[in-house]
Design a protein around this ligand. Structure first.
Ligand code: SF4
Ligand code: SF4
Length: 222
């Protein structure tokens, strides 16, 4: 899922300074799962905003709403009838949600309330770790299901660099070397021959380096 963390309160208060009435908008998907922008976080931030502005002697009217998804036009359309009532939308969704709202309601300022982080998996309660960088040409089938793009600090493709020590990455003793993990997993799977397979230089044009990407599924168009 896409992970996010709430922006610092000071930054949030500064960004809403020009406004008197805002719609604080959560999203029921990824940001709910990572406890950054779901219904609960909307309520907490709403209360903190009201209080913060009262303390400054500039009361702020905050209406709270959480959409099923903010990155999907059919849910964003729900706001069409009421959106004129607000000076701004303060979105607690990831950057995709913020931009979907901004595109649909161009006359309305849309302020991000969270920092969108990475595509991650839950390692434990309250711990998320980067697992995929969306490279557009998945190699997990050759690497024991461990991603060298997202998990190797240097994004290398043919075994560890010289900095790998005792299974840890040279950037920190707390970070596993992705290529050690790949080797261990391939051994477990009885697929060590994949480790010796020379990987061709990766074509990064399918990744973000090739420019903004689109997926078009004609079979799904109405
Ligand atoms: S190889 Fe690419 S698509 Fe596959 S997990 Fe890694 S970044 Fe994601
Ligand atoms: S030590 Fe391992 S994870 Fe770190 S950069 Fe080198 S190969 Fe990648």
């Amino acid at each position: 899922m896409i992970t996010a963390t709430r922006k610092p309160m000071e930054e949030i208060l500064k960004s809403v300074e020009p406004f008197r009435k805002i719609l604080l908008l959560g999203c029921n998907e990824c940001v709910t799962v990572c406890h950054a922008g779901g219904r609960k976080e909307v309520a907490l931030l709403g209360a903190a905003l009201r209080l913060g502005r009262l303390q400054k002697g500039q009361p702020l009217e905050v209406e709270e709403l959480t959409l099923e998804r903010q990155c999907d036009p059919e849910y964003v359309e729900e706001l069409a009838r009421t959106v004129d009532q607000y000076d701004a939308v303060c979105s607690m969704a990831c950057g995709c949600g913020v931009q979907t709202i901004a595109e649909r309601y161009p006359a309305l300022p849309v302020m991000p309330m969270v920092n969108t982080e990475f595509m991650g998996a839950s390692e434990a309660n309250g711990v998320w770790a980067e697992r995929c960088a969306g490279c557009g040409d998945c190699v997990l089938g050759y690497t024991g299901g461990i991603c060298p793009v997202a998990r190797c600090s240097k994004r290398i493709f043919n075994g560890p660099c010289g900095g790998s020590t005792k299974g840890k990455c040279e950037i920190s003793k707390d970070v596993d070397c992705a290529w050690q993990l790949i080797w261990d997993r391939l051994k477990e799977l009885g697929q060590t021959e994949l480790y010796s397979k020379l990987m061709e230089p990766k074509d990064w044009s399918t990744a973000r380096d090739g420019g903004p990407r689109r997926i078009v599924r004609e079979d799904m168009a109405l």
